[in-house]
Design a protein around this ligand. Structure first.
Ligand code: KIV
Length: 261
C-alpha cells in the first residue's frame, strides 16, 4: 500500500481501513491482517500514557512509538502523527519533526487543523506524504472546550468545508474527518478528489479509523457513541490475571511442565 493505492481506492469506490497501533507486539497482529493503514496516533498520550488529552505528547514520544510499530509491521503503510504545536513553530521546526517520524519508519505524517498552505506544500514537496485532520481535533482540546462534535451549525460546518478544500489544495493525500455530522462528512467526501477517513463522522467517508483500545474493548469505562466494540478484551485479560495471581498464591503455578529439570 502506498499513497497512490490509497488515492486510487477512492476512484475505485473501495473503502480504506485504518487502525491505531502503538507497540511492537500489537503491530505483529495488525501485520497479519488486510488493514490498509496503521496510524501511530498521538491518542497514545491517552491510551498508553494515561494523560487526559493528547496535548502532552512530544515528537520524541511519537518517534519512539512509531519505531516500535514499524518493527512489528514493516510492510504496512504507517502514518506517524505530528503532535501538538509541531507544525506551528515555523518551517525548520516542522521539518525537524517530520524528519524524526520519517526516520522512525513512518511512510507519511498527519497533522491536525489548518496551517499555512506553503508549510504543508513544503513538506509534500520534500517527498513526505501528508494527511490532514479536521473537525474535532483533539490537540485543540483547550480551545474547543473539550472533546465535542464540530460543525453542527452552518458557520462552523462551512469553516470545516473550507479547511478541507484548503488541505487538498495544499497537497494532502487524504484527510481525517473526526466527530462531525454525517451530512457534513458526506459533503466533504463528495467534494474532494482525495480520500476522507472518518472517525465519528458516519458511513459516507472513504474509509474509517478506530482506536485500538476502543475497538478491542480494553477500557469498559470509555465508550463514545461512535465506537463499535469488536471484542471485549478487558474481561478475558482481567480473568487471566486473576487466575494467575490465585495460582501463584496457592502454589499451583508453576506446575512441573513449566520447570527445568
Ligand atoms: O491520534 C489519533 O489516534 C488520531 C485518530 C483519532 C484519528 O488522530
Amino acid at each position: 500500500m502506498n499513497i497512490l493505492d490509497i488515492i486510487a481506492r477512492k476512484k475505485e469506490g473501495k473503502k480504506i481501513s485504518m487502525v491505531t497501533c502503538y507497540d511492537y507486539t500489537s503491530a505483529l497482529i495488525v501485520a497479519k491482517t488486510n488493514m490498509d493503514i496503521i496510524l501511530v496516533g498521538d491518542s497514545l498520550g491517552m491510551t498508553m500514557q494515561g494523560y487526559k488529552n493528547t496535548v502532552p505528547c512530544t515528537i520524541d514520544m511519537m518517534a519512539m512509538y512509531t519505531h516500535a510499530v514499524v518493527k512489528g509491521a514493516p510492510e504496512k503503510f504507517i502514518l506517524g502523527d505530528l503532535p501538538f504545536l509541531t507544525m506551528r513553530k515555523g518551517l525548520e521546526s516542522a521539518m525537524n519533526a517530520v524528519e524524526k517520524l520519517i526516520h522512525a519508519g513512518a511512510n507519511a505524517v498527519k497533522f491536525e487543523g489548518v496551517v499555512d498552505e506553503d508549510l504543508v506544500r513544503h513538506v509534500v514537496n520534500s517527498g513526505v506524504p501528508v494527511m490532514g485532520h479536521i473537525g474535532m481535533t483533539p490537540q485543540f482540546f483547550y480551545q474547543l472546550g473539550g472533546f465535542k462534535v464540530q460543525g453542527k451549525d452552518g458557520a462552523s460546518a462551512e469553516k470545516i468545508l473550507q479547511d478541507a478544500i484548503a488541505l487538498e489544495k495544499a497537497g494532502c493525500f487524504g484527510i481525517v474527518l473526526e466527530c462531525m455530522p454525517i451530512g457534513l462528512a458526506q459533503k466533504i467526501t463528495e467534494m474532494l478528489d482525495i480520500p476522507t477517513i472518518g472517525i465519528g463522522a458516519g458511513p459516507h467517508t472513504d474509509g474509517q479509523v478506530l482506536i485500538w483500545q476502543d475497538l478491542l474493548g480494553m477500557n469498559p469505562d470509555f465508550k463514545p457513541k461512535f465506537v463499535k466494540t469488536y471484542f471485549n478484551a478487558f474481561d478475558p485479560i482481567h480473568n487471566a490475571l486473576i487466575a494467575y495471581d490465585k495460582e501463584v498464591k496457592e502454589g499451583i503455578f508453576p506446575e512441573v511442565q513449566y520447570a527445568y529439570k
